[in-house]
Design a protein around this ligand. Structure first.
Ligand code: FAD
Ligand code: 3HM
Length: 378
C-alpha cells in the first residue's frame, strides 16, 4: 500500500487553491474539483495583508505577487470629500492587486506542485469517513476531504452542519477599470491618486466609492449603496448620473464602469457550529464568510487553508479527525474575532470615521500562520 496521503478538495477559489498547493508541496496527492468549466476568477480587486502574504511567500510565489501588485502610499478615508484619515500602517505588510491575477498565480502554483485539477466537476457532498461525492455518481475516497466551495457550500450542507447567517443592509458592486490617473489628476490635482481612497458619503444619501489602485494599469472600484436604494444598487449598468452627482471627481473611472456588467452583492457573515466533521474540514467562505470591512475574507481563507495543510500533514493519519478538531480549536478564534470586527464596522458604517487600521483591528493582518511557534504563548 502506498504511504502517500490523498486529499480531495471541493472548489478552486483562493481557499481551495491554497490548501491544494500547500498539501501537494508536503507530499500529498491532491485532486481539486472546480464546478466551473474554466479555472478562473472573474472578480475585481483585493487587498491582502501580512497573514496571507506570508502564506504566498511560503508557497513560493511572493516575487510574482510583488511584480503584479502594489502598496499604495496611504489608505485614505474621506467623509463628504473631507479627508478624515491617511493611514500608512507602519509595520504592516499590505498589497493591492486584482483577483484574476491572484487566481492565476495560485492556479499555476497548484499545477506546478502536481495538483490534479478537475474542471467541470461539481461536488454534491461528502461523508465524514472521507468520501467526496461528485455529480455523475463518482464516490472518491481520501484521507482528507476539504470543502472550499464557497458561501453556498455543498460539502457543508451535505454534512448537516448548521450555521447562523447575517446579511448587512448594504451591498457593493465591484469593477476593474483602467486607472485614468492623468484624467483624475486634471480634475483634482492635489489628490494622491495612488492612495486607496475610501470616499464615504452619508448625506443626502449613502453612496460610497472605495477606490483601490491594483497596479500601474488597473483600478478596483467598489460602489456601496444600501440594498433598498434602487438607483444606487442598479445593475448591470450603474446609474452614472446618480454616482457622479455625489462623486464628480471620479467621473472618468465611473464612466469606465458603465462599460462593464456589474453585479450587486450584499455582505454576508456565516458562523458554523463546527468547521470539521470526521475527515472533512471546511475553509474559506464555506466556513467563515465575513463582511469585507477589514479586507480579510480572502486573507483568512488563505491562512486557514495553509494551517489546515500543515496540521493535516503533521497528524498521524489514523488520528486525522482529532487533529482537525485541534486545528479548529487553535485557529478559529482568530477568524471569528476578525468576523466580529468586520461585521461591527459593516453594520455601523464605522469605517466612515477612518483610522481603522490600528490596535486590535490589526490582529489578523499581523498574524503569521507560517510561524510554527505562533500558539506557544497561548
Ligand atoms: P470562493 O471564492 O467563493 O471560491 C469557491 C470556489 O468553489 C469557486 O471557484 C466555485 O466555482 C467553486 N465551487 C462552488 N461550489 C462548488 C461545487 N459544488 N463543486 C465544485 N466547485 C464548487 N477578502 C480579502 O482578503 N481582501 C479583500 O479586499 C476583500 N474584499 C472583498 C470585498 C467584497 C465586496 C467581498 C464580498 C468580499 C471581499 N473579500 C476580501 C472576501 C473574499 O473575496 C472571500 O472571502 C474569498 O474570495 C473566499 O474564497 P473561497 O475560496 O473561500 O470562496
Ligand atoms: C478592500 C475592501 N475593503 C472594504 C470593503 C467594504 O467595506 O465594503 C470592500 C473591499 O473590497
Amino acid at each position: 500500500m502506498s504511504s502517500t496521503r490523498h486529499a480531495e478538495i471541493a472548489g478552486a477559489g483562493f481557499a481551495g487553491l491554497t490548501v491544494a498547493t500547500a498539501l501537494a508541496q508536503r507530499g500529498w496527492s491532491v485532486r481539486l474539483h472546480e464546478k466551473g468549466t474554466e479555472l478562473r476568477e472573474q472578480g475585481a480587486g483585493i487587498v491582502l495583508f501580512g497573514n496571507s502574504l506570508k502564506v504566498l511567500e511560503s508557497l513560493g510565489v511572493i516575487d510574482e505577487i510583488n511584480e503584479g501588485s502594489m502598496t499604495p502610499p496611504f489608505y485614505e478615508t474621506r467623509m463628504q470629500n473631507v479627508i478624515v484619515s491617511d493611514e500608512d500602517m507602519p509595520g504592516v505588510w499590505w498589497r493591492t492587486l486584482t483577483r484574476p491575477f491572484l487566481h492565476k498565480v495560485l492556479s499555476e502554483a497548484a499545477r506546478h506542485a502536481g495538483v490534479e485539477i478537475a474542471t467541470g466537476s461539481e461536488v454534491i457532498g461528502a461523508t465524514e469517513s472521507g468520501t467526496l461525492r461528485v455529480r455523475g455518481g463518482e464516490e472518491l475516497e481520501a484521507d482528507l476531504v476539504v470543502g472550499a466551495d464557497g458561501v453556498a457550500s455543498a460539502v457543508r450542507d451535505s454534512l448537516g452542519i448548521r450555521y447562523d447567517r447575517w446579511n448587512a443592509k448594504d451591498g457593493i458592486t465591484r469593477f476593474l477599470v483602467p486607472r485614468r490617473k492623468e484624467d483624475l489628476q486634471r480634475i483634482e490635482p492635489d489628490t494622491e491618486w495612488d492612495n486607496v481612497i475610501d470616499f464615504w458619503n452619508l448625506e443626502p444619501r449613502v453612496l460610497r466609492v472605495l477606490y483601490t489602485p491594483a497596479n500601474a494599469r488597473e483600478l478596483y472600484i467598489a460602489l456601496m449603496a444600501p440594498s433598498d436604494d434602487k438607483e444606487g444598487s442598479a445593475t448591470p449598468t450603474i446609474n452614472l448620473d446618480v454616482w457622479t452627482s455625489i462623486h464628480p471627481q471620479l467621473r472618468p473611472v465611473l464612466e469606465e464602469a458603465t462599460k462593464i456588467d456589474g453585479k450587486y452583492f450584499r455582505y454576508q457573515t456565516n458562523r458554523l457550529e463546527q468547521w470539521t466533521k470526521g475527515r472533512v474540514a471546511l475553509i474559506g467562505d464555506a466556513a467563515h464568510a465575513m463582511a469585507p470591512a477589514l479586507a480579510q475574507g480572502g486573507g483568512c481563507a488563505m491562512m486557514n487553508a495553509f494551517t489546515l495543510a500543515t496540521a493535516a500533514t503533521a497528524a498521524d493519519p489514523a488520528d486525522l479527525p482529532d487533529a482537525l478538531v485541534e486545528w479548529e480549536r487553535l485557529e478559529r478564534p482568530f477568524t471569528e474575532r476578525c468576523q466580529d470586527r468586520s461585521q461591527e464596522y459593516a453594520s455601523t458604517r464605522g469605517m466612515s470615521q477612518g483610522g481603522q487600521f490600528v490596535g486590535d483591528n490589526l490582529e489578523t493582518a499581523l498574524y503569521d500562520p507560517t510561524d510554527p511557534n505562533r500558539h506557544l504563548a497561548q
